[in-house]
Ligand binder design. Structure first.
Ligand SMILES: C[S@@+](CC[C@H](N)C(=O)[O-])C[C@H]1O[C@@H](n2cnc3c(N)ncnc32)[C@H](O)[C@@H]1O
Length: 440
Protein backbone atom coordinates (compact mmCIF):
# COMPACT_ATOMS: atom_id res chain seq x y z
CA UNK A 1 0.00 0.00 0.00
CA UNK A 2 1.36 3.44 -0.90
CA UNK A 3 2.23 5.74 1.99
CA UNK A 4 -0.55 8.19 2.85
CA UNK A 5 -3.12 6.66 0.50
CA UNK A 6 -4.88 4.19 2.84
CA UNK A 7 -8.01 4.61 4.94
CA UNK A 8 -6.09 5.06 8.22
CA UNK A 9 -4.01 7.90 6.86
CA UNK A 10 -7.09 9.50 5.26
CA UNK A 11 -8.82 9.47 8.63
CA UNK A 12 -5.66 10.79 10.30
CA UNK A 13 -5.38 13.58 7.71
CA UNK A 14 -9.05 14.49 8.21
CA UNK A 15 -8.61 14.59 11.97
CA UNK A 16 -5.46 16.69 11.67
CA UNK A 17 -7.18 19.10 9.33
CA UNK A 18 -10.21 19.43 11.62
CA UNK A 19 -8.19 19.91 14.79
CA UNK A 20 -5.63 22.31 13.34
CA UNK A 21 -8.44 24.49 12.00
CA UNK A 22 -10.33 24.48 15.25
CA UNK A 23 -7.64 24.02 17.90
CA UNK A 24 -7.98 26.71 20.52
CA UNK A 25 -5.87 27.92 23.40
CA UNK A 26 -7.75 27.69 26.68
CA UNK A 27 -8.09 31.13 28.30
CA UNK A 28 -10.12 30.18 31.35
CA UNK A 29 -7.08 30.82 33.60
CA UNK A 30 -7.20 34.54 32.75
CA UNK A 31 -8.26 36.74 35.65
CA UNK A 32 -11.16 38.31 33.73
CA UNK A 33 -12.69 34.89 33.09
CA UNK A 34 -12.12 33.72 36.68
CA UNK A 35 -13.97 36.84 37.87
CA UNK A 36 -16.74 36.32 35.34
CA UNK A 37 -17.29 32.71 36.40
CA UNK A 38 -17.49 33.75 40.08
CA UNK A 39 -20.01 36.40 39.14
CA UNK A 40 -22.05 33.89 37.12
CA UNK A 41 -21.95 31.35 39.94
CA UNK A 42 -23.29 33.94 42.38
CA UNK A 43 -26.19 34.33 39.97
CA UNK A 44 -26.93 30.59 39.98
CA UNK A 45 -25.19 29.73 36.72
CA UNK A 46 -24.13 26.10 36.76
CA UNK A 47 -20.84 25.24 35.15
CA UNK A 48 -21.18 24.39 31.49
CA UNK A 49 -19.02 22.13 29.36
CA UNK A 50 -17.60 25.16 27.61
CA UNK A 51 -14.48 27.20 28.37
CA UNK A 52 -13.26 30.43 26.81
CA UNK A 53 -10.47 29.93 24.31
CA UNK A 54 -8.71 31.69 21.45
CA UNK A 55 -8.94 30.09 18.02
CA UNK A 56 -6.75 30.73 14.97
CA UNK A 57 -9.58 31.47 12.52
CA UNK A 58 -12.27 33.04 14.66
CA UNK A 59 -10.53 34.70 17.62
CA UNK A 60 -12.09 34.40 21.05
CA UNK A 61 -14.85 31.85 21.43
CA UNK A 62 -15.99 28.90 23.51
CA UNK A 63 -14.41 25.43 23.44
CA UNK A 64 -15.99 22.15 24.49
CA UNK A 65 -14.37 20.31 27.36
CA UNK A 66 -16.19 17.09 26.59
CA UNK A 67 -17.76 15.72 23.46
CA UNK A 68 -21.29 17.03 22.94
CA UNK A 69 -24.08 14.97 21.47
CA UNK A 70 -26.88 16.08 19.16
CA UNK A 71 -29.72 17.61 21.13
CA UNK A 72 -27.57 18.20 24.20
CA UNK A 73 -27.89 21.46 26.09
CA UNK A 74 -24.69 23.44 25.58
CA UNK A 75 -25.47 26.34 27.85
CA UNK A 76 -28.26 27.41 30.18
CA UNK A 77 -28.04 30.93 31.54
CA UNK A 78 -30.33 31.93 34.43
CA UNK A 79 -32.53 35.00 33.98
CA UNK A 80 -30.61 36.76 36.78
CA UNK A 81 -27.54 36.87 34.50
CA UNK A 82 -29.39 38.56 31.61
CA UNK A 83 -29.13 42.28 31.04
CA UNK A 84 -32.47 43.50 29.69
CA UNK A 85 -34.57 46.65 29.87
CA UNK A 86 -36.00 45.16 33.12
CA UNK A 87 -32.48 45.46 34.59
CA UNK A 88 -32.24 49.08 33.46
CA UNK A 89 -35.68 50.18 34.64
CA UNK A 90 -35.20 48.55 38.03
CA UNK A 91 -31.86 50.37 38.40
CA UNK A 92 -31.06 53.96 39.48
CA UNK A 93 -31.84 54.98 35.86
CA UNK A 94 -35.48 53.85 36.14
CA UNK A 95 -36.81 57.07 37.69
CA UNK A 96 -35.03 59.21 35.07
CA UNK A 97 -36.36 57.08 32.22
CA UNK A 98 -39.91 57.25 33.64
CA UNK A 99 -39.68 61.08 33.77
CA UNK A 100 -38.33 61.56 30.24
CA UNK A 101 -40.76 62.51 27.45
CA UNK A 102 -41.00 61.28 24.75
CA UNK A 103 -40.15 57.89 26.28
CA UNK A 104 -36.64 56.65 25.42
CA UNK A 105 -36.35 53.60 23.18
CA UNK A 106 -35.46 50.17 24.64
CA UNK A 107 -32.15 50.40 22.77
CA UNK A 108 -31.35 53.78 24.30
CA UNK A 109 -32.16 52.41 27.77
CA UNK A 110 -29.72 49.50 27.27
CA UNK A 111 -26.98 51.69 25.81
CA UNK A 112 -27.34 54.27 28.59
CA UNK A 113 -27.02 51.55 31.22
CA UNK A 114 -23.92 50.10 29.55
CA UNK A 115 -22.17 53.48 29.32
CA UNK A 116 -23.10 54.41 32.86
CA UNK A 117 -21.97 51.07 34.33
CA UNK A 118 -18.74 51.17 32.34
CA UNK A 119 -18.14 54.62 33.78
CA UNK A 120 -18.80 53.30 37.31
CA UNK A 121 -15.81 50.94 36.91
CA UNK A 122 -15.11 49.04 40.17
CA UNK A 123 -18.43 50.22 41.62
CA UNK A 124 -20.45 48.43 38.93
CA UNK A 125 -22.22 45.17 39.81
CA UNK A 126 -21.74 44.25 36.15
CA UNK A 127 -17.99 44.84 36.15
CA UNK A 128 -16.94 41.20 35.50
CA UNK A 129 -19.14 41.19 32.39
CA UNK A 130 -18.11 44.65 31.20
CA UNK A 131 -14.46 43.65 31.51
CA UNK A 132 -14.72 40.90 28.94
CA UNK A 133 -16.56 43.01 26.37
CA UNK A 134 -14.49 44.05 23.34
CA UNK A 135 -12.91 47.50 23.62
CA UNK A 136 -13.28 48.12 19.89
CA UNK A 137 -15.64 46.81 17.25
CA UNK A 138 -15.30 46.30 13.53
CA UNK A 139 -18.85 46.98 12.31
CA UNK A 140 -18.71 49.39 9.34
CA UNK A 141 -19.78 52.33 11.55
CA UNK A 142 -16.45 51.94 13.39
CA UNK A 143 -14.29 51.83 10.25
CA UNK A 144 -12.21 54.73 9.00
CA UNK A 145 -13.81 56.42 5.95
CA UNK A 146 -10.89 55.39 3.71
CA UNK A 147 -11.55 51.74 4.66
CA UNK A 148 -15.28 52.13 4.00
CA UNK A 149 -14.31 53.44 0.55
CA UNK A 150 -12.76 50.07 -0.22
CA UNK A 151 -15.99 48.13 0.41
CA UNK A 152 -18.19 46.73 -2.40
CA UNK A 153 -20.46 49.52 -3.57
CA UNK A 154 -23.73 48.20 -2.11
CA UNK A 155 -22.12 47.52 1.26
CA UNK A 156 -20.48 50.94 1.24
CA UNK A 157 -23.90 52.55 0.89
CA UNK A 158 -25.23 50.51 3.81
CA UNK A 159 -22.14 51.36 5.88
CA UNK A 160 -22.78 55.04 5.30
CA UNK A 161 -26.43 54.60 6.28
CA UNK A 162 -25.31 52.84 9.45
CA UNK A 163 -22.98 55.72 10.35
CA UNK A 164 -25.74 58.29 9.73
CA UNK A 165 -28.13 56.20 11.84
CA UNK A 166 -25.77 56.02 14.84
CA UNK A 167 -24.92 59.72 14.56
CA UNK A 168 -28.62 60.55 14.59
CA UNK A 169 -29.13 58.18 17.56
CA UNK A 170 -26.45 60.12 19.44
CA UNK A 171 -27.74 63.57 18.46
CA UNK A 172 -31.31 62.71 19.45
CA UNK A 173 -30.25 61.22 22.80
CA UNK A 174 -28.17 64.12 24.11
CA UNK A 175 -31.01 65.92 25.90
CA UNK A 176 -31.91 62.69 27.68
CA UNK A 177 -28.28 62.25 28.75
CA UNK A 178 -28.29 65.83 30.12
CA UNK A 179 -31.26 64.92 32.30
CA UNK A 180 -29.05 62.30 34.03
CA UNK A 181 -26.58 64.92 35.30
CA UNK A 182 -27.75 64.64 38.97
CA UNK A 183 -26.47 61.05 38.95
CA UNK A 184 -22.86 61.96 38.12
CA UNK A 185 -20.11 64.11 39.56
CA UNK A 186 -18.54 64.59 36.10
CA UNK A 187 -20.14 66.40 33.16
CA UNK A 188 -22.51 64.01 31.35
CA UNK A 189 -21.10 65.19 27.99
CA UNK A 190 -17.79 63.58 28.88
CA UNK A 191 -19.42 60.33 30.03
CA UNK A 192 -22.03 59.94 27.29
CA UNK A 193 -19.70 60.89 24.45
CA UNK A 194 -20.21 59.75 20.85
CA UNK A 195 -17.50 57.10 21.20
CA UNK A 196 -19.03 55.75 24.44
CA UNK A 197 -22.47 55.50 22.84
CA UNK A 198 -21.00 53.92 19.70
CA UNK A 199 -19.30 51.27 21.85
CA UNK A 200 -22.59 50.53 23.65
CA UNK A 201 -24.55 50.46 20.37
CA UNK A 202 -22.09 47.96 18.88
CA UNK A 203 -22.17 45.89 22.08
CA UNK A 204 -25.94 45.51 21.87
CA UNK A 205 -26.03 45.06 18.10
CA UNK A 206 -23.31 42.43 17.86
CA UNK A 207 -24.00 40.48 21.06
CA UNK A 208 -27.65 40.62 22.09
CA UNK A 209 -29.86 37.55 21.98
CA UNK A 210 -33.55 37.63 21.14
CA UNK A 211 -36.17 37.54 23.89
CA UNK A 212 -39.94 37.50 23.61
CA UNK A 213 -41.09 41.17 23.24
CA UNK A 214 -41.69 43.01 26.48
CA UNK A 215 -43.61 46.23 26.97
CA UNK A 216 -42.79 49.03 29.38
CA UNK A 217 -44.98 52.11 29.58
CA UNK A 218 -41.95 54.29 30.27
CA UNK A 219 -40.22 53.11 27.04
CA UNK A 220 -41.17 53.89 23.45
CA UNK A 221 -43.14 51.35 21.41
CA UNK A 222 -40.08 50.18 19.45
CA UNK A 223 -39.50 46.45 19.81
CA UNK A 224 -37.98 45.45 23.12
CA UNK A 225 -36.48 42.05 22.37
CA UNK A 226 -32.78 42.40 23.15
CA UNK A 227 -30.94 40.84 26.07
CA UNK A 228 -27.24 40.74 26.76
CA UNK A 229 -26.31 37.26 27.85
CA UNK A 230 -22.90 37.16 29.58
CA UNK A 231 -20.68 34.18 28.73
CA UNK A 232 -23.20 32.78 26.26
CA UNK A 233 -22.30 35.76 24.08
CA UNK A 234 -18.81 34.34 23.65
CA UNK A 235 -20.19 31.85 21.13
CA UNK A 236 -19.08 32.58 17.58
CA UNK A 237 -21.09 32.03 14.41
CA UNK A 238 -20.87 29.24 11.90
CA UNK A 239 -23.26 29.02 8.94
CA UNK A 240 -22.86 25.24 9.02
CA UNK A 241 -24.48 24.51 12.37
CA UNK A 242 -28.00 24.54 13.70
CA UNK A 243 -28.99 25.29 17.24
CA UNK A 244 -32.18 25.77 19.18
CA UNK A 245 -31.94 28.87 21.32
CA UNK A 246 -34.71 30.43 23.41
CA UNK A 247 -35.71 31.58 26.84
CA UNK A 248 -37.37 28.69 28.70
CA UNK A 249 -40.35 30.06 30.63
CA UNK A 250 -40.35 27.02 32.94
CA UNK A 251 -36.69 26.95 33.95
CA UNK A 252 -36.31 30.75 33.60
CA UNK A 253 -33.08 30.21 31.76
CA UNK A 254 -31.90 31.17 28.29
CA UNK A 255 -31.02 27.80 26.81
CA UNK A 256 -29.10 26.69 23.76
CA UNK A 257 -29.25 23.14 22.46
CA UNK A 258 -27.06 21.96 19.63
CA UNK A 259 -28.31 19.91 16.74
CA UNK A 260 -24.70 19.16 15.77
CA UNK A 261 -22.11 16.98 17.49
CA UNK A 262 -18.91 18.41 18.89
CA UNK A 263 -15.70 16.69 19.79
CA UNK A 264 -13.80 17.44 22.94
CA UNK A 265 -11.63 20.60 22.56
CA UNK A 266 -13.42 21.84 19.44
CA UNK A 267 -14.78 25.36 19.08
CA UNK A 268 -18.54 25.26 19.62
CA UNK A 269 -20.51 27.52 17.31
CA UNK A 270 -24.03 28.76 17.07
CA UNK A 271 -25.70 30.18 13.97
CA UNK A 272 -26.66 33.86 14.01
CA UNK A 273 -28.89 33.28 10.98
CA UNK A 274 -28.58 32.36 7.30
CA UNK A 275 -26.74 35.61 6.56
CA UNK A 276 -24.57 36.44 3.57
CA UNK A 277 -21.17 38.04 4.20
CA UNK A 278 -22.40 41.60 3.59
CA UNK A 279 -24.94 41.19 6.36
CA UNK A 280 -22.43 39.55 8.71
CA UNK A 281 -20.04 42.43 8.07
CA UNK A 282 -22.71 45.07 8.51
CA UNK A 283 -24.29 43.66 11.65
CA UNK A 284 -21.43 41.83 13.35
CA UNK A 285 -18.20 43.16 11.81
CA UNK A 286 -16.81 39.90 10.45
CA UNK A 287 -16.79 37.71 7.36
CA UNK A 288 -17.37 33.97 7.33
CA UNK A 289 -15.13 31.85 5.11
CA UNK A 290 -16.86 29.23 2.91
CA UNK A 291 -20.20 30.77 3.82
CA UNK A 292 -22.84 28.93 1.74
CA UNK A 293 -25.08 32.05 1.92
CA UNK A 294 -22.35 34.37 0.63
CA UNK A 295 -22.94 35.93 -2.78
CA UNK A 296 -21.88 38.77 -5.04
CA UNK A 297 -24.54 41.38 -5.79
CA UNK A 298 -25.14 42.63 -9.33
CA UNK A 299 -26.38 46.21 -9.55
CA UNK A 300 -28.78 47.48 -12.20
CA UNK A 301 -25.98 49.44 -13.91
CA UNK A 302 -23.84 46.33 -14.31
CA UNK A 303 -26.84 44.26 -15.38
CA UNK A 304 -27.35 46.35 -18.51
CA UNK A 305 -23.66 47.04 -19.18
CA UNK A 306 -23.29 44.09 -21.58
CA UNK A 307 -26.67 44.33 -23.27
CA UNK A 308 -27.01 45.90 -26.75
CA UNK A 309 -27.52 49.65 -26.30
CA UNK A 310 -29.57 49.58 -29.53
CA UNK A 311 -32.42 47.54 -27.96
CA UNK A 312 -35.48 49.80 -28.31
CA UNK A 313 -37.41 47.75 -25.77
CA UNK A 314 -34.78 48.09 -23.06
CA UNK A 315 -36.61 50.73 -20.99
CA UNK A 316 -39.79 48.68 -21.10
CA UNK A 317 -37.91 45.54 -20.08
CA UNK A 318 -36.28 47.33 -17.15
CA UNK A 319 -39.63 48.63 -15.96
CA UNK A 320 -41.11 45.09 -16.15
CA UNK A 321 -38.22 43.82 -14.03
CA UNK A 322 -38.79 46.65 -11.54
CA UNK A 323 -42.54 46.05 -11.35
CA UNK A 324 -41.97 42.36 -10.64
CA UNK A 325 -39.19 42.88 -8.10
CA UNK A 326 -36.44 41.49 -10.32
CA UNK A 327 -34.08 44.44 -10.20
CA UNK A 328 -32.81 43.80 -6.67
CA UNK A 329 -31.03 40.83 -5.08
CA UNK A 330 -29.54 39.55 -8.31
CA UNK A 331 -26.49 37.56 -7.35
CA UNK A 332 -23.68 35.19 -8.20
CA UNK A 333 -23.30 32.37 -5.69
CA UNK A 334 -21.11 29.31 -5.17
CA UNK A 335 -23.18 27.34 -7.69
CA UNK A 336 -23.45 29.99 -10.36
CA UNK A 337 -25.75 32.90 -11.15
CA UNK A 338 -28.93 32.91 -9.08
CA UNK A 339 -32.20 31.93 -10.74
CA UNK A 340 -33.33 35.56 -10.37
CA UNK A 341 -30.23 36.89 -12.12
CA UNK A 342 -30.57 34.47 -15.04
CA UNK A 343 -34.28 35.21 -15.33
CA UNK A 344 -33.60 38.95 -15.42
CA UNK A 345 -30.94 38.42 -18.10
CA UNK A 346 -33.27 36.19 -20.15
CA UNK A 347 -35.92 38.88 -20.08
CA UNK A 348 -33.45 41.64 -20.94
CA UNK A 349 -32.04 39.67 -23.87
CA UNK A 350 -35.41 38.64 -25.34
CA UNK A 351 -35.39 39.06 -29.12
CA UNK A 352 -37.72 41.83 -30.37
CA UNK A 353 -40.18 39.37 -31.93
CA UNK A 354 -40.35 37.33 -28.69
CA UNK A 355 -40.92 40.32 -26.42
CA UNK A 356 -44.56 39.42 -25.79
CA UNK A 357 -43.36 36.20 -24.09
CA UNK A 358 -41.91 38.14 -21.13
CA UNK A 359 -44.46 36.67 -18.66
CA UNK A 360 -43.36 33.15 -19.59
CA UNK A 361 -39.74 34.14 -18.90
CA UNK A 362 -40.68 35.26 -15.39
CA UNK A 363 -42.43 31.91 -14.88
CA UNK A 364 -39.24 30.09 -15.83
CA UNK A 365 -40.22 28.84 -19.29
CA UNK A 366 -37.57 28.39 -21.99
CA UNK A 367 -38.34 30.75 -24.87
CA UNK A 368 -35.62 29.82 -27.36
CA UNK A 369 -32.14 28.33 -27.53
CA UNK A 370 -30.85 31.74 -28.62
CA UNK A 371 -32.35 33.40 -25.56
CA UNK A 372 -30.87 30.73 -23.26
CA UNK A 373 -27.45 31.08 -24.88
CA UNK A 374 -27.40 34.89 -24.95
CA UNK A 375 -28.35 35.18 -21.30
CA UNK A 376 -25.60 32.73 -20.27
CA UNK A 377 -23.06 34.59 -22.40
CA UNK A 378 -23.98 37.91 -20.77
CA UNK A 379 -23.86 36.34 -17.31
CA UNK A 380 -20.36 35.06 -18.10
CA UNK A 381 -19.27 38.51 -19.32
CA UNK A 382 -20.59 40.15 -16.13
CA UNK A 383 -18.87 37.49 -14.06
CA UNK A 384 -15.53 38.06 -15.84
CA UNK A 385 -15.91 41.80 -15.38
CA UNK A 386 -16.47 41.26 -11.63
CA UNK A 387 -13.44 38.96 -11.41
CA UNK A 388 -11.27 41.71 -12.91
CA UNK A 389 -12.77 44.39 -10.66
CA UNK A 390 -12.41 42.22 -7.55
CA UNK A 391 -8.79 41.41 -8.37
CA UNK A 392 -8.09 45.12 -8.81
CA UNK A 393 -9.77 45.90 -5.47
CA UNK A 394 -7.69 43.23 -3.75
CA UNK A 395 -4.53 44.85 -5.13
CA UNK A 396 -5.73 48.24 -3.93
CA UNK A 397 -6.46 46.92 -0.43
CA UNK A 398 -3.06 45.24 -0.32
CA UNK A 399 -1.31 48.51 -1.32
CA UNK A 400 -3.27 50.41 1.34
CA UNK A 401 -2.23 47.80 3.92
CA UNK A 402 1.42 48.56 3.10
CA UNK A 403 0.85 52.30 3.37
CA UNK A 404 -1.45 52.43 6.42
CA UNK A 405 -0.18 50.06 9.06
CA UNK A 406 -2.47 51.51 11.71
CA UNK A 407 -5.47 50.31 9.70
CA UNK A 408 -4.18 46.80 9.18
CA UNK A 409 -6.98 45.03 11.12
CA UNK A 410 -9.76 46.90 9.38
CA UNK A 411 -8.11 46.39 5.98
CA UNK A 412 -7.55 42.68 6.59
CA UNK A 413 -11.25 42.32 7.22
CA UNK A 414 -12.12 44.10 3.97
CA UNK A 415 -9.54 41.95 2.20
CA UNK A 416 -11.18 38.77 3.49
CA UNK A 417 -14.54 39.96 2.14
CA UNK A 418 -13.11 40.55 -1.36
CA UNK A 419 -11.20 37.26 -1.22
CA UNK A 420 -14.42 35.35 -0.53
CA UNK A 421 -16.15 37.25 -3.36
CA UNK A 422 -13.36 36.29 -5.75
CA UNK A 423 -13.75 32.61 -4.82
CA UNK A 424 -17.50 32.81 -5.43
CA UNK A 425 -17.02 34.51 -8.80
CA UNK A 426 -14.49 31.93 -9.94
CA UNK A 427 -16.86 29.13 -8.94
CA UNK A 428 -19.69 30.89 -10.79
CA UNK A 429 -17.56 31.36 -13.91
CA UNK A 430 -16.80 27.63 -13.91
CA UNK A 431 -20.48 26.70 -13.59
CA UNK A 432 -21.42 29.13 -16.34
CA UNK A 433 -18.76 27.66 -18.60
CA UNK A 434 -20.22 24.16 -18.11
CA UNK A 435 -23.72 25.45 -18.84
CA UNK A 436 -22.47 27.21 -21.98
CA UNK A 437 -20.78 24.04 -23.21
CA UNK A 438 -23.92 22.00 -22.53
CA UNK A 439 -25.88 24.36 -24.81
CA UNK A 440 -23.50 24.13 -27.79
C1 LIG B 1 -21.56 37.29 20.14
S1 LIG B 1 -19.95 37.76 19.89
C2 LIG B 1 -19.05 36.27 19.93
C3 LIG B 1 -17.82 36.34 20.81
C4 LIG B 1 -16.68 37.23 20.40
N1 LIG B 1 -15.80 36.52 19.48
C5 LIG B 1 -15.88 37.72 21.57
O1 LIG B 1 -14.70 37.45 21.64
O2 LIG B 1 -16.44 38.44 22.39
C6 LIG B 1 -20.06 38.20 18.20
C7 LIG B 1 -18.77 38.72 17.61
O3 LIG B 1 -17.82 37.68 17.52
C8 LIG B 1 -17.10 37.76 16.30
N2 LIG B 1 -17.40 36.54 15.53
C9 LIG B 1 -18.48 35.74 15.64
N3 LIG B 1 -18.38 34.68 14.82
C10 LIG B 1 -17.22 34.81 14.16
C11 LIG B 1 -16.54 34.03 13.15
N4 LIG B 1 -17.06 32.93 12.66
N5 LIG B 1 -15.36 34.49 12.71
C12 LIG B 1 -14.81 35.63 13.19
N6 LIG B 1 -15.39 36.40 14.14
C13 LIG B 1 -16.58 36.00 14.62
C14 LIG B 1 -17.58 39.03 15.60
O4 LIG B 1 -16.72 40.07 15.95
C15 LIG B 1 -18.94 39.25 16.23
O5 LIG B 1 -19.33 40.59 16.25
Amino acid sequence: MQKGKGRTSRVRRRKLCRTSESRGVNESYKSEFIELRKWLKDRKFQDSNLVPARFPGTGRGLMSQTSLQEGQMIISLPESCLLTTDTVIQSYLGAYIAKWKPPPSPLLALCTFLVSEKHAGDRSLWKPYLEILPKVYTCPVCLEPEVVNLLPISLKAKAEEQRAHVQEFFASSRDFFSSLQPLFAEAVDSIFSYSALLWAWCTVNTRAVYLRPRQWECLSAESDTCALAPYLDLLNHSPHVQVKAAFNEETHCYEIRTTSRWRKHEEVFICYGPHDNHRLFLEYGFVSGHNPHACVYVSREILVKYLPSTDKQMDKKISILKDHGYIENLTFGWDGPSWRLLTALKLLSLEAEKFTCWRKVLLGEVISDTNEKTSLDIAQKICCYFIEETTAMLQKVSRTKDEKEALINQLTLVESLWTEELKILRASAKTLHSLQIALT
